[in-house]
Design a protein around this ligand. Structure first.
Ligand code: GLU
Length: 469
């Protein structure tokens, strides 16, 4: 087969809307999206909402919002399984008509008894096939089962796990249509994956045991198989099942915490895929490099500290102009004045090297963006630094700085150093009072940088205010 005859790459993400999008699901979605984008294929979204009790619209909305935030755009409208029961029933009818499926009248209790019996005899618990050749018709309480092959092997090459083979005798005749008329998960997934032209089914390895069963449905429907790939679960740092206690959150929480979506994408991709030992990737890098190979078959552990580190690196790589609009909601949330755009653009580089998230950045910008008249001083820091001697330094510096013509960082550096050297002082005698007078607390960016960013009149106004306290 020549390349041009190869089927187009179509991947899908198929969340069940029974909760918010968590990092495991997000990583699966990212892999599927990257694979499609890398090959110029399609990425489609299917909402698996057949569980009427647990599925909720608010979760669908939240999953869609998280995907939008992550930048995982899907092709075409999302497909809702709930709207496709006709399609599933048609497939079931086709299987019945072709002799690949049959009606079964065994009650759940009877099936449970068969399972018990098998367990008791040391065999795999399974349905014993008693209705298989009875030629039963539809009827209340009846289910439809697949007439699975009794011998042979089901074999597939998993994109992640490699060669997988299962004896057909291991699998029983699975239910395709439940007694209430709804399709089972395995039936609906296969019918949809065929109808949607999915070429690569990449999903969590909690589904790997479903795949041989799904392959039987593909065969019975006479459809070609897609490629399957099952990515290992993300574990907690203690190698246990990942949960909240490990600091793992829903994607919307990370958005609220001020992570950059591209950083979360970068971190999550690296949890199951590698490109040499490179740690930092832009979205463009990932689209270019991610070809579905080099997926780890071993489970990786979630590390919240590394996630923050990756986020900090992405924050540092942004231009202040690009960060500014992304910071606005966080400044608003924190009640930090955010109207003076040139001032913000000057101050952002000062906090960029010190903040790990947009939330931290907004907090660190507060003393810089709050005008002198509203600046709140940390009482303890003020008391510590504004000793009579400290106050004298601030007063003297106020005069010296007031006489400066150029108020850029070089001139300010020279001015501060000149002040210290002339008086044979240590910088640490002068910096703390100046800092608290200027920014309201201990800690923060370089003083010359801060003053240059604030501008002369604002910097002097702050010193004046502190001297009056
Ligand atoms: N809806 C399933 C889940 O959320 C995914 C099914 C699949 O990817 O085949 O786990």
């Amino acid at each position: 087969m020549t390349n041009s005859a190869l089927p187009a790459i179509v991947t899908r993400f198929a969340p069940s809307p029974t909760g918010h999008l968590h990092i495991g699901g997000a990583r699966t979605a990212i892999f599927c999206w990257l694979l499609a984008r890398h090959h110029g294929g399609r990425f489609v979204l299917r909402i698996e909402d057949t569980d009427m009790e647990r599925s909720r619209q608010e979760y669908t909305d939240s999953i869609l919002a998280s995907m939008r935030w992550l930048g995982l755009d899907h092709d075409g409208d999302p497909v809702y399984q709930r709207q496709r029961f006709d399609l599933y029933n048609e497939a079931i009818d086709q299987l019945l008509a072709g002799g690949h499926a049959y009606w079964c009248r065994c009650s759940p209790d009877e099936v449970e008894t068969m399972r018990e019996k098998a367990r008791g005899e040391g065999r795999k618990p399974r349905y014993d096939g008693r209705c298989r050749d009875m030629g039963l018709a539809a009827g209340p309480g009846r289910v439809v089962r697949l007439k699975a092959p009794l011998s042979g092997r089901i074999v597939f090459e998993d994109m992640v796990k490699g060669h997988i083979a299962v004896e057909a005798s291991e699998l029983d005749d699975m239910v395709l249509r439940k007694a209430d008329g709804s399709p089972t998960y395995n039936l609906a997934v296969v019918v949809d994956d065929i109808a949607m032209g999915i070429s690569h089914v990449l999903r969590g390895d909690d589904h790997v045991n479903n795949t041989p069963r799904q392959i039987l449905i593909y065969r019975a429907l006479g459809a070609d198989l897609p490629l399957f790939g099952h990515v290992p679960m993300i574990l907690g740092p203690d190698r246990q099942k990942l949960s909240k206690r490990h600091g793992a959150k829903a994607v919307i929480e990370y958005e609220k915490d001020g992570l950059l979506p591209e950083a979360l994408v970068n971190y999550l991709v690296r949890l199951g895929w590698s490109h040499g030992d490179q740690e930092l990737f832009s979205l463009e890098d990932l689209v270019r490099l991610f070809d579905g190979k080099n997926l780890n078959s071993a489970a990786s552990a979630f590390d919240p500290e590394k996630l923050m580190w990756v986020n900090a690196q992405h924050l540092r790589g942004q231009s202040p102009e690009a960060l500014l609009p992304r910071l606005l909601p966080f400044l608003a949330e924190a009640g930090v004045p955010a109207t003076d755009e040139p001032l913000m653009a000057r101050c952002i580089p000062l906090v960029q090297p010190r903040a790990n998230s947009l939330t931290e950045m907004a907090a660190q910008l507060r003393p810089l963006l709050t005008p002198a008249k509203d600046l709140i001083y940390d009482e303890a820091a003020l008391a510590r630094a504004m000793t009579p001697e400290g106050r004298e330094h601030v007063r003297a510096l106020r005069t010296t700085l007031g006489a400066l013509v150029d108020f850029d960082r070089e001139s300010l550096h020279a001015c501060l150093h000149g002040y210290v050297e002339q008086r044979a002082l240590k910088f640490k005698a002068v910096a703390p009072p100046l800092r608290v007078a200027l920014l309201g607390s201990a800690g923060g960016p370089d003083l010359a940088d801060a003053m240059a960013a604030l501008g002369k009149s604002e910097a002097l106004a702050r010193l004046d205010k502190a001297l009056q306290l």
